[in-house]
Every structure is written in C-alpha cells, then in structure tokens.
Design a protein around this ligand. Sequence first.
Ligand SMILES: NC(=O)c1ccc[n+]([C@@H]2O[C@H](COP(=O)([O-])OP(=O)(O)OC[C@H]3O[C@@H](n4cnc5c(N)ncnc54)[C@H](OP(=O)(O)O)[C@@H]3O)[C@@H](O)[C@H]2O)c1
Length: 310
Amino acid sequence: MDYITSIAIIPLLVGCMGIFGLFKFLQWVRMKAYIQDSVVVITGATSGLGKECAKVFYAAGAKLILCGRSNERLEELIGELIATNIKKVETHRPHAVVFDLAESKTIVPAANEILKYNGHVDILINNAGVSYRGTIMDTALEVDKKVMETNYFGPVALTKAILPSMIEKKQGHIVVISSIQGKISVPFRSAYAASKHATQAFFDCLRAEVEQHDIEVTVICPGYIQTNLSLNALTADGSKYGIMDKTTATGRSPTEVAHAVLTAVGKKKKEVMVADLLPCLAISLRTLSPRLFFYFMAMRARKERKGKNS
Ligand SMILES: NC(=O)c1ccc[n+]([C@@H]2O[C@H](COP(=O)([O-])OP(=O)(O)OC[C@H]3O[C@@H](n4cnc5c(N)ncnc54)[C@H](OP(=O)(O)O)[C@@H]3O)[C@@H](O)[C@H]2O)c1
C-alpha cells in the first residue's frame, strides 16, 4: 500500500465509523421514544421473564399494566418498581389486573379493565405460560387442554379482545413469548411444544393480516431461561413437576432475555431467536434433514427414558 492510499483509507474508516455510530444513536433515540410513555401490558408479570420485562419496560418509561393471577404478588412488584431509582426517564405507576388466562370467561372482562385504564394499549406482551413434563401415553387429556388454554387460547383470546381498539387507532404492537419449542418438538414436552407451535402459527398469520392496519407483531423464541418454568410445569396427572431442571438452571438470565425483548420491540422486529447456536442449528436440521432430526430426537427420548429407569 503506498503512502497516498493509506492516507485516504484512514479518513474513510473514520467516516464509516462515524456514520455507523450516528445510525446506532438515531436507532436508540427512536427505540427510546417508541417505548417511553407507551401503554404496555405484560401477562405473567408475577415471575421469571414477565417480572424482568416489567422492570426493563418500567425503566424505559412505559405505562405498565401488569397482569397475573395474584394481586398480592403484582402489588409487591409494583412496590419494588416504584422504589427503584430511575433518573433518565419519567416513570409511571404501574397498574395491576388480575385474571387467569386458562379461564376463558375472565379474559374479555380483563381486557375491558385493561382498556379502561388508559383508553388504549400500545404494546401487548403475551408472556404468561406454563410448561409440561410427561409421556403422551400417561398424560390425561385435561392436562393437554390446560396447557393449550394457558399458552395458546388465553393469549389468542386476549389478543382478539385488545385488537379492535388497536385497529381503530391504526397503531399497536402485539408481542408473544413463544419458544424454540415453537419451532421444534422435544420428547416428553408434547403439550408444551404443541401449544408453542400453535402460538407461532397463529401470530405469524396475525402479522400478515394486520399489516394493513400498521400493527406490528413480534414473536420471541427463547431457548432455556433461568426461571421457575420447570418448577411450575404440569406433569401427566396435572400436579406440579417441582424440579428445577439443569437446562433451565443453566439457561440465560431473565434480565438478559427481557432486554432482548425490549430491543426487539423497540426495533419492531418480526421474530427474534434468543438462543444458543445448537437449538438454532436444530431448527435448520428439522427443515433440511427431518429424518436426521427425528433420529436425534428418538435417541434423546431413549436416553431420557433410560435415565429415569436407572
Ligand atoms: N424459562 C424458559 O426456559 C423458557 C424458554 C422459552 C420460553 N419461555 C416462555 O417464557 C414465558 C414466561 O415463562 P417463565 O420462564 O418466566 O416462567 P415462570 O417463572 O413460571 O413464569 C410464568 C408466568 O406465567 C404466569 N401464568 C402461568 N399460568 C397462568 C395462567 N393460567 N393465567 C395467568 N398467568 C399464568 C405465572 O403466574 P403465577 O405466578 O400465578 O403462576 C407466571 O407469572 C412463558 O411463555 C414460557 O413458555 C420460557
């Protein structure tokens, strides 16, 4: 490289870095403005990822409506949020709405209460969910239905109840926390994987259908997160599993995933994987070589069964 060329490259590099920095800054400003003062509804705010989402959206200046099954735990969280010292943005006192997503008759009244509070919803985060552990043969159909009610019909019903107000306003953002298991099925998780596959399919259809109304749909597909999900999982007879699985215990921190949710929403992403390379490769393998994927899953089932019997 001669002297003239090297002199020309340095300002070019500095210029590119400057443009990139400016682009990132503008993106950050736009993201901040999108979340700040927006009415954000979060289901399943009493625990795990929902609770962390409440913290990051509160710190970003959102007007939160926190949903859960326990008023006491929601009020406890609201107290915790208010006690945090946030200086950069104006914060708003969150509001609690209590209802059970698996009880279909409670959803429309809950949606009405949500809409009454600020008159509209800007961002609905369908986060609440329950997991499952068991063999298909041993699992009572009632358990399959309970998982579907909580993870699929509940969010669908809530979304349908909120959607008309978004369409009327020609503005809104619907987010759903799916899972890697919304893309691939893992043995002994049938009800959970089925509910997340259904969720993925429903919200993919919704995205296409509401685009004409300027409504955004974001599907988040996390891998394992360190939450109470496995402890709270339902077993074949409907009782709680009560075990912290190693995969869950060694998963990503809920704070990290909550920040990924905030960024995905701020950037209006259509779909985001928050997972390691291996689960992402498994999704590709399911498409490119289903036979090989099924072989690995059968191997995994054999191994897990052997582990339980030994
Ligand atoms: N943890 C993971 O490894 C992982 C991975 C991928 C995706 N996800 C998804 O992330 C989301 C959040 O789960 P998490 O990991 O944070 O688990 P979590 O700690 O067990 O939290 C689940 C939340 O959902 C609520 N919930 C459960 N059943 C409900 C019902 N019938 N009605 C209303 N709320 C209900 C729970 O409320 P209560 O406190 O009242 O039980 C709790 O607030 C779920 O959709 C889950 O499928 C988790």
